[in-house]
Design a protein around this ligand. Structure first.
Ligand code: SF4
Ligand code: SF4
Ligand code: SF4
Length: 254
């Protein structure tokens, strides 16, 4: 199709939710100022929250949520067979996300406590790349719609897709925020990938790392910073574990 003098193929796209809150899918329908232009890029083949029509001839599959049941494994594998590009969409999909907190407990005891007397099928939470090959990851809880729009334009035009390499601090400082460490809080901004426009810290809430590690993360230096400020290493560990986004860094360095 032709748009503003520019010719491109619409992206045949489908969106699938697994274990999650569906907040990332909702972001696709967000940002009304650009929504009409954004939808011009897409040929939506399957998107439960936008349309009851479903077609199987999609090229791009957006996978929202983590995997926590065997039937989800099989459904995901079938989507992988169809999709040319499979996207882990949001922090649940990229890292396991908040659902991973479940993995800290005995599943048997957890089910007995939450669903007493009921038979519930469940298994430890996995991120999407634990089950199938992932071509592209878009982190965030939820994803940043502006970033999603940019990436979709990249895909439609065959351009290289990149994520910001800088940490959240970069965007936080650009907004002239007072650093939350100065107020005695632990904030994961120095080790977390930017791209959210420091939305939490600008609202005076410490970053919990939903976008995962920034490039060239220096965890030992960050732990030293927390120690030097005499802040709690247990609190640090809890924050780092929240989205399960710092696998490999959390246990031995904090
Ligand atoms: S990443 Fe966050 S907003 Fe997106 S589905 Fe998971 S919990 Fe919901
Ligand atoms: S508040 Fe957090 S993100 Fe902002 S400068 Fe301080 S450590 Fe970095
Ligand atoms: S500030 Fe941190 S927790 Fe908040 S959206 Fe950005 S990366 Fe996620």
């Amino acid at each position: 199709m032709k748009h503003r003098g520019f010719t491109f193929e619409k992206l045949k796209i489908a969106s699938f939710d697994f274990t999650c809150c569906e907040g990332c899918q909702l972001q696709l329908a967000n940002r009304e100022s650009t929504l009409i232009d954004f939808l011009e890029l897409l040929d939506i083949k399957n998107f439960r929250e936008l349309s009851s029509e479903q077609f199987d001839d999609y090229d791009i599959a957006l996978i929202e949520g983590s995997i926590s049941r065997q039937d989800e494994v099989e459904r995901l594998q079938a989507i992988r067979r169809q999709a040319k590009t499979l996207v882990a969409f949001g922090s649940c999909a990229c890292f396991g996300g908040v659902n991973s907190l479940k993995n800290k407990f005995s599943l048997k005891e957890l089910v007995a406590e939450v669903y007493p007397g009921m038979k519930v099928e469940t298994m430890p939470v996995k991120k999407i790349s634990d089950v199938v090959k992932v071509d592209l990851s878009i982190p965030g809880c939820p994803v940043n719609k502006e970033e999603v729009e940019r990436i979709m334009v990249n895909l439609a035009t065959g351009s290289l897709v990149t994520l910001p390499k800088h940490p959240v601090c970069f965007e936080c400082k650009a907004q002239l925020n007072t650093c939350l460490f100065e107020l005695g809080e632990i904030c994961l901004g120095p080790i977390t990938r930017g791209g959210c426009n420091a939305v939490c810290t600008t609202g005076k809430t410490p970053c919990l790392g939903c976008r995962g590690p920034s490039e060239e993360i220096n965890m030992p230096a960050f732990v030293e910073l927390v120690k030097a400020r005499e802040l709690s290493l247990d609190d640090l560990q809890e924050k780092i574990a929240f989205y399960n986004a710092f696998e490999g860094f959390s246990n031995h360095e904090a």
